[in-house]
Structure formats: C-alpha cells, structure tokens
Design a protein around this ligand. Structure first.
Ligand SMILES: [Zn+2]
Ligand SMILES: [Zn+2]
Length: 192
C-alpha cells in the first residue's frame, strides 16, 4: 500500500496533486467523462444540472503526494524542518511584542487591550501548543516519556503571561531540540 503524505489531513494547506483524485472523489468522474467525450467539464456539469442531478463541488485535485520521509512528502518534510528551525526565534519575536529580542531578561508585558501585542502573544502560544501536541502524540505512540514541561508553560494555554521572555524562549528551544532529536517524529508508528 502506498502511504500518502500526512499533511492531507491537516487544515489549511493539504498537499495534493493537481488534477489527480482519490477514489471516491465526486468530481473525478465528471473530469473523466469530459475527457472521454472531448468536451469541457462545464458542459458535463450543465447537462447534469439540466437533468436535475445533484451538484458536485469542483476539485482541483485531492490525491495527496506520497509519503517519502516518514509520514511526509519531501516538500512537507522540508517545510517541517524549516518551521522547527525558525520556531524559537519566532516565539522570541512574538513574545517581545514584535520587536527583536534586545533584552531577553525583560518580563513580558501583560496581555492588554493592545491588539497587536495580544495577537502576537496568542500566535506564540499557538506555536508552543502545536509543537507540544506533536511531542505528546509522538511520546505516546513511541511509548516514551514526554518532554519536561517547564513551570509557566501549559500544553493547553501556551506561555503564562508572568513567564519572563528568556524563560519562554528557553522552553521553546528545549522543546524544539526534543522534537528535532528524534527523527522518527514524523514516521508512522506501528508500520503499514
Ligand atoms: Zn478530487
Ligand atoms: Zn506533503
């Protein structure tokens, strides 16, 4: 069985092949019929419409790329590694209110009504929670212990507002290191 890139299950940006469809895609038979008859898909669509058949949602291609590196295709694996390599700097940038971390010993400002700061803080929290989620799932599947979760961080809420910036950045760096250290993080456990 061919294993497909896991990113197809992820919201936002599934990595699929243009014009290639999974079995069961409702759009594929229409494209097939149009190709057989040498007509535009829009003609097949309008005939279906005229015949009172249910409408079909257009699909540009829903067949995922093959998994080549663990559960990911090469492109997604590259994206994943690039994301890991910038995650710590990104958290530092976001938690320092969107300016470069000149003074990492300064405590973070409390989340206030200033929207850009709050959004940056929330984005940092989300990065933390996403990566923590990866680590937790991996630890559970690999039957290994989870990374150590530092005080002031929460796998459900991200970084506590009272956590100094330097501690948050250290926590993120440690978590990235934990995830990077195990190359099987994106390998499907249990085999298939
Ligand atoms: Zn499709
Ligand atoms: Zn992919």
């Amino acid at each position: 069985m061919v294993m497909l890139c896991a990113s197809v299950d992820m919201p936002g940006r599934p990595c699929t092949m243009f014009g290639e469809h999974l079995d069961g895609c409702d759009w594929a038979p229409l494209e097939g019929e149009a190709a057989r008859r040498g007509v535009e898909v829009s003609l097949v669509l309008s005939e279906r419409y005229a015949a009172g058949l249910p409408s079909v949602r257009p699909c540009k291609g829903c067949l995922p790329y093959k998994a080549e590196v663990g559960m990911l295709c090469r492109l997604c694996d590259e994206r994943w590694k690039a994301a890991l390599s910038t995650a710590t700097r990104l958290v530092s940038f976001l938690l320092s209110g969107g300016s470069p971390p000149a003074d990492v010993n300064k405590a973070r400002g409390k989340p206030g009504p200033r929207l850009p700061i709050k959004e940056a803080t929330m984005a940092a929290d989300e990065l933390w929670m996403d990566l923590a989620g990866v680590a937790i799932v991996h630890a559970s599947e690999a039957r290994m212990s989870e990374p150590w979760w530092p005080a002031g961080t929460s796998v459900r809420d991200g970084f506590m507002p009272s956590l100094p910036l330097s501690d948050a950045v250290d926590a993120m760096r440690d978590l990235v290191t934990w995830v990077e250290a195990d190359s099987t993080v994106t390998a499907r456990q249990g085999g298939c």
